[in-house]
Design a protein around this ligand. Structure first.
Ligand code: AMP
Length: 148
């Protein structure tokens, strides 16, 4: 196995997230390396208009409030999983695109994801997981999440 220097752990706050945090912590100890926790706020995807003129309620959500809320959740997550020393990054946008972009721009050499997140357990891999495996610039570890 190669030595890893920078692990990027993708956290969506689903039931899978704790297993991802635990695996990232174990690996960071084994390789004595940096961990970044990333959460992407993807609320922009369903943007639309209720009719031709009235913005749908999702448009009225305060973007800064959502991002700040996610910052707080990520901090709580880091404390709960023993990853207080990890860098934390919250970004708006498409999870698969932002995770790949962040990994590329910050030289992550391992991305840790869950095999499934909030998008169902009907397939072997979720849609975000599949896209990341296809496009990642580095190794990807998909932590197997089994149905409860
Ligand atoms: P999915 O393929 O959407 O079921 O999710 C698979 C994995 O992708 C999750 O277990 C997370 O590791 C990651 N992921 C999905 N959505 C997000 C998100 N919004 N922010 C960070 N990671 C995510």
């Amino acid at each position: 196995m190669p030595d890893y220097n920078h692990i990027l752990a993708a956290v969506d706050f689903s039931a899978a997230a704790e297993a991802i945090g635990k695996r990232a912590l174990d690996l960071s100890r084994r390789y004595d390396c940096q961990v970044t926790l990333i959460h992407v706020v993807d609320y922009l995807l369903p943007l639309g208009y209720a009719d031709d003129f009235t913005p749908s309620p999702v448009l009225m959500i305060d973007e800064n409030e959502l991002l700040e809320q996610s910052q707080r959740s990520l901090q709580t997550f880091a404390e709960k999983t023993g990853l207080e020393g990890a860098r934390r990054q919250v970004l708006p946008g498409s999870p698969r695109q932002e995770i790949i972009r962040y990994a590329r721009e910050h030289g992550a050499d391992l991305i840790v994801i869950g095999s499934h997140g909030r998008h169902g357990l009907d397939r072997l891999l979720g849609s975000t997981a599949r896209s990341i495996l296809n496009d990642a610039p580095c190794d990807v570890l998909a932590v197997r999440i089994k149905e409860a």
